[in-house]
Design a protein. Structure first.
Length: 456
């Protein structure tokens, strides 16, 4: 049995509550960076009476190192992949393919489906910056407003950004709860697809009644409107950097399941190959090679170092914060507070899966960051999974669903989308806030269904 850093249940519970309260206070009231906002409460917890400092230090280092070693390289590769897709025009090509698929008469649906795909690979705010001129152009040509045209896109990108690897937030949460990344991709994609369609329907019903006119200022800024569509990668080459890693990672999970069930023998060269190329480091490296093949002209020079530097800059903070989340999770696991809180939830009669969901909602609502919400929910819920009877996949996806609810004035993504879409604040609160609320709730409903029937 693992040694506890304290046996005092009351102190552990109060200390745990204090850590969470101080974390959110430092971020919201004092505007501290999340790195310091996580580190300082953890260190203060280590100073409490009855805490065994030697065991505390060991738990901190073990939690940090064990988490970072699992996801550091993968997060960096995912961030560079997103940079490559942005720079080569892959994002715009994916959107154009969705327009061709559903028709220009259904542009809001095309943009929603595009957001669903794009959010898997790149940060949602970056995705919206790239697609914003196309959204305004589509709204003007279709004769609809931005509430109808943009809400599904804004929500869908946020959903897959929060729930489907290989974007850094869900990858970090997968590492914290030690979930199967292939299963998370599979069930996270299913849940967010349904939720994206729900947000699209919300926009179609309510959007026409909301003030939100498109702006002609953005006309002529997209590749197509500039007559540069020939510079975009082909449709298949735009999708392959995203699809190939997802298939390889999911395939590894399927093969591992079949081996565990005894359906196929593990002593097989094909199984070895499937396991290796489905390892996220290899799978994302293959996707990155494909994305780099799309580089043209000056992009070939940038891909040698600039894309990598941007990816490293983006991923560094997430890696460190995730490591601190791992430290917090490990420390909590070595206190009596975990079992006490988990047992309280179990005795309350509420389905246990709603605990990580609520943690995700709180983390996002207070900090405005989906990534912080995902990591916070996973860090706190991870030590309680056994007592709650939750699988790592259910825990991670429930927390991620909550982290989407709700995008409003304390969210940088809210302001990026509101400003660029030229939407009045009240309109944005109704459409983008309402869209992410519906998206998160529907996602959680799907995750609850998958959990209830035993899929996760």
């Amino acid at each position: 049995m693992e040694e506890l850093i304290t046996t005092n249940s009351t102190l552990a519970i109060l200390g745990f509550a204090g850590v969470i309260a101080l974390l959110f206070l430092l971020i919201t009231a004092f505007k501290w960076h999340v790195f310091f906002a996580l580190l300082v409460p953890i260190l203060i917890f280590g100073m409490l009476p009855t805490i065994d400092r030697e065991l505390f230090i060991d738990a901190f280092n073990t939690g940090f190192g064990g988490t970072v070693e699992d996801i550091a390289v993968v997060i960096v590769l995912g961030s560079i992949l997103g940079e490559a897709l942005k720079e080569t025009g892959g994002v715009e090509r994916i959107t154009l393919s969705m327009i061709s698929l559903v028709g220009r008469a259904r542009m809001p649906l095309a943009l929603t489906l595009s957001g669903f795909i794009v959010g898997i690979a790149i940060f949602s705010d970056v995705g919206y910056v790239i697609l914003n001129p196309l959204v305004h152009s589509a709204a003007i040509s279709s004769g609809v407003n931005m509430a109808v045209m943009a809400t599904g896109l804004v929500t869908a990108m946020q959903l897959t950004h929060a729930m489907v690897p290989p974007t850094p937030g869900p990858l970090a949460a997968v590492a914290l709860v030690e979930a199967d990344v292939g299963l998370v991709i599979l069930w996270g994609s299913a849940a967010t697809f349904v939720a994206s369609l729900a947000a699209y329907l919300y926009a179609r019903v309510l959007g026409p009644h909301i003030e939100s006119e498109p702006d002609r200022e953005f006309l002529g800024q997209s590749f197509v409107e500039q007559g540069r569509e020939h510079e975009l990668p082909s449709t298949i080459m735009a999708y392959l950097p995203i699809i190939v890693p997802l298939i390889l990672i999911a395939g590894q999970s399927v093969v591992s399941f079949l081996v565990d069930e005894g359906t196929i023998s593990g002593d097989n060269i094909l199984v070895d190959i499937a396991i290796f190329i489905g390892w996220p480091v290899v799978a994302l490296s293959i996707g990155l090679v494909i994305a780099y093949m799309n580089a043209k002209g000056e992009q070939k020079e940038k891909r040698r170092s600039i894309w990598a530097e941007e990816g490293l800059r983006t991923s560094a903070m997430i890696i460190i914060v995730t490591g601190l989340g791992g430290s917090l999770s490990r420390i909590l696991r070595t206190t009596p507070a975990v079992d006490e809180i988990a047992q309280f939830v179990a005795d309350a009669g509420v389905p246990n899966i709603f605990l990580p969901f609520i943690l995700g909602v709180i983390g996002n609502m207070i900090t405005g960051s989906t990534t912080v919400g995902v990591i916070t929910a996973a860090s706190i819920a991870a030590p309680m999974m056994d007592t709650l009877g939750l699988s790592p996949e259910a825990t991670m996806l429930a927390g991620a669903s909550g982290s989407v609810i709700i995008k409003y004035v304390n969210s940088s993504y809210f302001w990026v989308t509101t400003t660029l879409s030229r939407m009045p604040l009240r309109s944005a609160l109704i459409m983008y806030g309402g869209g992410t609320l519906i998206g998160g709730v529907v996602s959680m409903a799907m995750i609850y269904l998958f959990w209830a029937v035993g899929f996760i």
